[in-house]
Design a protein around this ligand. Structure first.
Ligand SMILES: [Zn+2]
Length: 244
């Protein structure tokens, strides 16, 4: 994947190569007007632009120089072969001078930008590391919080928390809950049984009840399921009492 800027530079470089080649191979009579610039000045400017675009296209300065001066040399050879134009060492010297100026100046700018960018990236990285170390050194002190408020803020409380306040008997059927009614699975989690305790809400959450401990009770999992859903009814049979 090539960035949009790089792609634009490559397209511009290709167009510039075509334009320079084209004008170099035209018969002298067909050349476009030069705006009063001398032949050597045109060579200088054209090849400086080529050099700059070569660097912006992603070439290293050395390769950019070889490519652009090589193009100038090939075009001079072609001019010598054409008959109506001629091979001129002075033109080639102007090409090389222009190319060097364009390539080296652009290379310096590109390097400068690249360096500044990497310095900024490193600075950001250091800053992140510093913040991480700071957090590790003084972690947020844990503030004791009123359990009810903590429950209200955090969402559903555990049955252990509710049990401390409300007792661990099943609020729905009045019998004991069994916290050993669970089986350890090979993957380390527990499969909870029907009489294992869970939390139910006096006013159900979906009817606007809150997670506050005043609204929470401990119940058997199967009693809670019966109260909540038809699926629970099917799985555990018909409830002996209705609750609500
Ligand atoms: Zn129960």
């Amino acid at each position: 994947m090539v960035g949009r800027g790089l792609l634009a530079a490559r397209v511009a470089f290709a167009l510039a190569v075509v334009a320079v080649s084209w004008t170099s191979l035209l018969p002298p009579a067909d050349l476009p007007p030069t705006l009063g610039l001398s032949d050597k000045a045109l060579h200088l400017i054209g090849y400086a632009v080529l050099g700059a675009l070569a660097v912006l296209s992603g070439l290293r300065w050395s390769w950019a120089l070889v490519a652009v001066v090589g193009l100038g040399f090939v075009l001079e050879l072609a001019q010598g072969a054409l008959g109506y134009r001629s091979f001129e060492w002075r033109d080639l010297a102007a090409d090389a001078l222009g190319a060097s100026a364009g390539v080296l100046l652009t290379w310096r700018i590109v390097e400068e930008v690249r360096q500044r960018r990497s310095v900024r990236a490193q600075e950001a990285k250091r800053q992140r590391r510093r913040e991480r170390r700071q957090r590790a050194r003084n972690p947020q002190p844990e503030r004791p919080m009123n359990p009810a408020r903590a429950a209200a803020r955090k969402g559903p409380p555990t049955w252990q928390v509710v049990g401390q306040r409300q007792g661990t008997k099943c609020w729905l059927c009045g019998r004991r809950t069994h916290e050993d009614d669970r089986q350890r699975q090979p993957n380390g989690t527990y499969r909870l049984g029907a009489t294992y305790p869970t939390v139910v809400y006096v006013t159900p959450i979906d009817r606007g009840g809150s997670y506050e401990l005043d609204n929470a009770r401990v119940a058997h999992r199967h009693c809670a399921a019966l109260r909540e859903s038809d699926v629970g009814r099917r799985e555990y049979g018909t409830p002996k009492r209705t609750y609500g």
